[in-house]
Write a protein that binds this ligand. Sequence first.
Ligand SMILES: [Zn+2]
Length: 251
Amino acid sequence: MIRFLFYLYIFIFGCVIGSFLNVVIYRVPNKLSVSKGYSFCPACHHRLFPKDLVPVFSWLSLRGKCAYCGAPIAARYPFVELLGGFAFLLSFNRYGISLNFIIHALLLCVMIVISFIDIDTMEIPDGSHFFILALAVGSYLINQPELSSILLGGIVIALPLFLIAWLTHGGIGGGDIKLMAASGLFLGFANTLLAGIIGIIIGGFYAACLMLIKKREGKSYMALGPFLALGISIASLYGPQIIQAYLNLFF
Ligand SMILES: [Zn+2]
C-alpha cells in the first residue's frame, strides 16, 4: 500500500511536470519566456489560476473547454501531462531512488517536448540538444561507461542520417541529426543503434500507412523527430533488456 502511494505520488509529480512541458512546447517556438508571466487561455487570453491548471483533472472537470470563454482545449494538453506522469513513473520503476532516475526522467521530458515542437513547427530547437548534452555529461559522471562506446554512440545513427541528408539534399532535417548525435552520447553505442532502428522502423511504418491512406504524391514532409524520440525513450529505459532478448533468439 505504501509502495502504491509512493508510485502514485511520483506519477502525480510527473503530471505536474508535464503541465510545465505544455508551457515549454507552446512558448519556446513563439520565443516567449518559459519562466516569466502567468498562464493564459490561448483563445481569450484570460489569466488561468491554479484551480484551472490542475493536471488532467481541470481538463476533465471543464469537459475540455476554457472556463472563461468556452473555447475547446485540445486533448493534447492532458495527454502531455499524462506523458509527463509516465516519464517519471517508468524511470522510477526502472532506476528506483537514484540520480539515474532523475536524469532519465529529464531525458524523457526533453523527448516529449522535442516531439510536440517538431510536430508543430517541423523543427527541433537547438536548446534541446544542449540540454541532452548536459544530461549525457551527468550520465557519464554517474555511470562511467566506456568512452569509446559513448563516442561511437554519437555517430552510429547521426552519421548515416547526415549522409542521407547530404545525398538527398535535405530529406532529413539537421535537427534529427543533432538529436541522434546528442542522444547517442547519452545512450552509448548499442542503445543508440537500437534507438535509431526503433525510430526509423516505426517512422517508416507510419509514413507507409500515410501513403496508403492518403495516397500522398510528390514531396511531402513528415516529422521524423517524434519517432526518433520514441526510440531514444525506449532504448534509455529498456535498451539492454531488449538487446539481450534479441541476442537470445540466436545464441
Ligand atoms: Zn478562454
